[in-house]
Each structure stands twice: as structure tokens, then as C-alpha cells.
Design a binder for this molecule. Structure first.
Ligand code: ASP
Ligand code: MG
Length: 350
């Protein structure tokens, strides 16, 4: 266990979750046996307006299913955090300190724009400020002799930790009971910092103990993508752009029927739609077809998503947050959708 809030603690502090009642109409008492995992990329979470838009997609789904959410950092934030590391390495401490403040301010501005009620605002502001203090301490206390990959993962982890708190707050504002959960409390990894491999069996065991009670209560866990922790509690990351993979891990943990990767394109295409007028949206793919596309160099999904999805037999959807009317691309078990493998695809996570 690390210093992050454990879900139980957070649940105890949040009135809506503590009551154990989902507040959306018709939620309580319905069986909602289907479980879905939603993963939102950084561009889907950039600012309060986009957060509310994404939160409405969750609210709609939560009326008929149990929903677990996985979030990336807001777009650009991870790069920002990693620039602090570079500044420190170059001996530019004042610049690094200022950058850390900027990251906190950026999230406080989004909080302001969420216009929460006074009590919730105070609570979330306090949480963000605590994260900001931790970040400032990391920057000030940087021991130049410490391993840099480990330090870089600790720095990079703040983006998702900030965004999960804000997104949970956006859901609360829409009267969807939600709890921010730090994946480092259950995603157990090796200590290859910057590219840590999860131990899936232990992660599932630990994650179920945190996530299933929340889902049962009708609360939406909002889980940080990208990060895990070693068995002795040191924060790791699964590599850049790995929060799709985190989405699949969380979906696997809760035995989700479906994983929806919400991104900023309509799905997976036969070619890059920005570059080719011939580009055609692929509606249905088998795991093998999608995997072959990825192996041929097309930007489809993080390479570890499909093997895990196939193993867990969950359907993966790639859908556009900004065009939710579009059906997106469905990736499922083989044979259901016989067809030719298209020559090249373009799509992927925001
Ligand atoms: N925030 C992380 C990154 O920028 C993970 C992700 O977005 O998938 O690499
Ligand atoms: Mg991303």
C-alpha cells in the first residue's frame, strides 16, 4: 500500500458513495448485470466541458450497466511532468518548481470550471492541493543519485492522479456516485520503471477487492490509467500511451463484458482518414484481424490490449467521444465476422 488514498478511504469521505446508492434515476434496484469498462484518453478530458461531455456518456451507460472508468492524464500533462525531470537534470530548479506549480494550477482551473457545490469543491480542491504538495516535494527533494527511471515514473504518475479526481468530481456533479481509485493500489508490477509489466493474477485478486464492492454499491470507480506499483509500493508506469492497456487490465479485473476505448476518431480505418480520401471505417474486426493490423504497423490500439481482451473474451469497441452517435469499431471473437483483412488501418487512442 502506498500513500495514495485507498478506495475505501475515499468512499468513506464521499457522501454519495458512502450511502451506497447510485443517485441517477432508475439505477437503484435494477439488476444492471452487465459490466462495461470505459477508457477515456487525454483529449477527451481536456477541460471541464469535455469532462462533463465524457461524464454524460458514463451516466447514460450507468443507467443500464455497471461501469468502471479508466482515465489518462489530461492531454499534454504527462509531457509537462516529464519536462520537469529534464529541467532538474539540467540543474534548472526554479524552472522545475514553476512547472510543478503550473501543473497544479492547470487542474485547479478545471476544478473551478466544474462549478461544484461548495462542500464538494472544498473537498476536491484539498485533494488536488495535497497532490500538488506531493509533486512539489518530489521536485524539491530530488536526490540526484537516485535512479532516474524510478523518479520519472513517480513524476509522470501525477497526471492520472489529478485527472481521476477531477473526472470523479464531474460525475458527482451529474449525480453519478463515483470514487477515484489509484491503480497503484492494486496494479502490481515488476520494477522495470517506465515499462513495468503487470502481474495479472495478483492484480486481479487485489483489484477485485477494491472495485467490486464499489460496482455493487452502484458507484463508478474512476481508475488512474498508466500507473501501477511494485510489491513494496513504489510507483511504476506501464510505458507511454499505456492507458488503453490499463483499460484492458481494469476490464479484466472486473470481468467486464465490454471495454470501450473512447478516443477522438470514429474507430479503426483502412487508412489514415486525414491523409487518404479512400479511408474506410472498419465496423467489425476479429481479435486476430485487429492484431494483424497492429502488427503490420497500423496505429490501432496499444499492442497489449487485444491479447488480453481475447484471453478474457471481452468485446472491445473503439469509439469517438466527440461523435458518440457513430457506432465505432467492434473487435470481438473470430469467425463471427468473416471478411478480408484490410491492407492498413489508422485509428487509436486519444
Ligand atoms: N498519460 C500517459 C501518457 O501520456 C498514458 C496515456 O495517455 O495513455 O503516456
Ligand atoms: Mg493517450
Amino acid at each position: 500500500m502506498n500513500q495514495e488514498n485507498v478506495a475505501e478511504e475515499a468512499a468513506a469521505q464521499r457522501p454519495a458513495a458512502r450511502s451506497g446508492e447510485a443517485l441517477y434515476s432508475g439505477g437503484v434496484g435494477k439488476s444492471r448485470s452487465k459490466i462495461v469498462a470505459f477508457k477515456f484518453g487525454g483529449s477527451s478530458l481536456l477541460g471541464a466541458e469535455r469532462m462533463f461531455h465524457a461524464a454524460r456518456l458514463v451516466r447514460e451507460a450507468a443507467e443500464v450497466s455497471r461501469v468502471a472508468v479508466v482515465v489518462s492524464a489530461m492531454k499534454g500533462v504527462t509531457d509537462h511532468l516529464l519536462s520537469i525531470e529534464k529541467a532538474l537534470a539540467a540543474g534548472k530548479l526554479p524552472y522545475a518548481r514553476r512547472e510543478a506549480e503550473v501543473v497544479l494550477e492547470l487542474h485547479l482551473e478545471v476544478l473551478q470550471d466544474l462549478r461544484l457545490d461548495e462542500e464538494t469543491d472544498r473537498h476536491v480542491r484539498h485533494e488536488l492541493q495535497l497532490l500538488g504538495c506531493d509533486l512539489a516535494h518530489e521536485v524539491l527533494g530530488r536526490d540526484q543519485t537516485a535512479a532516474s527511471a524510478e523518479f520519472s515514473d513517480r513524476l509522470a504518475s501525477f497526471g492520472e492522479r489529478f485527472s481521476a479526481r477531477l473526472f470523479a468530481a464531474a460525475l458527482q456533479r451529474l449525480e453519478v456516485a463515483s470514487v477515484p481509485v489509484s491503480s497503484s493500489d492494486f496494479v502490481l508490477t515488476c520494477d522495470t520503471f517506465r515499462d513495468a509489466q503487470p502481474h495479472l493474477e495478483q492484480t486481479k485478486f487485489r483489484g477485485q477487492r477494491i472495485l467490486l464492492p464499489l460496482l455493487k454499491q452502484g458507484a463508478v470507480p474512476v481508475v488512474t490509467g498508466f500507473i501501477g506499483a511494485t510489491s513494496d509500493g513504489r510507483i511504476t508506469t506501464l510505458g507511454r500511451n499505456s492507458s488503453d492497456f490499463s483499460g484492458a487490465i481494469v476490464a479484466h479485473v472486473v470481468d467486464a463484458d465490454e471495454l470501450v476505448i473512447w478516443t477522438d476518431v470514429d474507430g479503426i480505418y483502412t487508412a489514415n482518414p486525414q491523409e487518404s480520401a479512400e479511408a474506410r471505417l472498419l465496423h467489425e474486426l476479429s481479435y486476430d484481424e485487429a492484431h494483424a493490423l497492429a502488427a503490420s504497423g497500423a496505429k490501432v490500439l496499444h499492442p497489449k490490449v487485444l491479447p488480453l481482451a481475447a484471453e478474457s473474451e471481452m468485446v472491445v469497441w473503439v469509439r469517438n467521444t466527440f461523435n458518440p452517435q457513430a457506432r465505432g469499431t467492434r473487435i470481438g471473437p473470430a469467425n463471427e465476422f468473416p471478411g478480408e483483412l484490410p491492407p492498413m488501418a489508422q485509428g487509436g487512442a486519444a
